[in-house]
Write a protein that binds this ligand. Structure first.
Ligand SMILES: CC(C)(COP(=O)(O)OP(=O)(O)OC[C@H]1O[C@@H](n2cnc3c(N)ncnc32)[C@H](O)[C@@H]1OP(=O)(O)O)[C@@H](O)C(=O)NCCC(=O)NCCS
Length: 181
């Protein structure tokens, strides 16, 4: 049983139980393997930071009910989708971004708003912890085809190229500056 009331999001710890996450389809096995084998190393060695959804009152090794992994990145945009606020900004093709490298919610919790809450948290976290200190205009994700509409509901848009629209993992981005104005 999931104790929904007491779930909290925090950075991954070395004694977390990374083995129990269940995503319901073999298609998502790479997301389980990343959590089990690589997330902590990437976290400790400053490659990508993983935040896990755990029961905050659990005393022993925490069972993970979802996770999101973030890293620095950049996004190359079409002329029509580049920031147009000034001539100086629109001259560039590549813009600074934070990438959602992984996102998963346990099957037992899917469809209850936790994925959306994790996206909201990510957007606010980048706005507070990164944007005021280091240039960062976008959040990007290589979405799974099935999850495009999930990201669209939170304001992400598809990179508007034919190749991207037909890609199995189309690139999507969220404009942090525009969402503030
Ligand atoms: C995709 C995922 C993170 C969404 O998390 P979630 O907690 O189930 O999503 P939410 O409950 O916040 O759903 C928000 C909305 O998106 C919709 N949605 C959720 N998952 C969706 C999907 N895979 N495809 C289309 N729509 C989806 C929901 O129906 C809901 O719509 P509504 O507000 O109109 O009811 C989760 O289902 C998951 O981990 N899936 C397996 C792994 C995966 O696909 N990860 C994404 C990698 S890019």
């Amino acid at each position: 049983m999931v104790d929904i009331e007491n779930l909290t999001l925090r950075q991954i710890l070395s004694n977390d139980d990374t083995t129990k996450l269940s995503l319901g389809s073999e298609v998502y096995t790479p997301l389980k393997i990343f959590l089990k084998k690589s997330a902590l190393d990437f976290h400790q060695y400053e490659i990508a930071k993983t935040y896990v959804l755990v029961n905050q009152v659990s005393s022993s090794s925490s069972r993970i009910w979802g996770y999101i992994t973030l890293m620095n990145s950049e996004v190359v945009l079409n002329e029509g989708q580049r920031p147009q606020e000034s001539a100086s900004t629109s001259r560039y093709e590549a813009f600074p971004a934070v990438k959602i490298a992984r996102l998963a919610i346990d099957k037992a919790l899917q469809g209850n708003g936790f994925g959306t809450k994790m996206l909201d948290w990510c957007i606010n976290h980048v706005k507070l912890a990164i944007m005021p200190h280091v240039g960062c205009r976008f959040i990007v994700v290589d979405a799974k085809r099935d999850s495009v509409s999930f990201y669209e509901k939170s304001g992400f848009v598809l990179l508007d190229t034919e190749a991207n629209r037909s890609d199995d993992h189309p690139l999507m981005f969220f404009d942090l500056y525009k969402s503030n104005s």
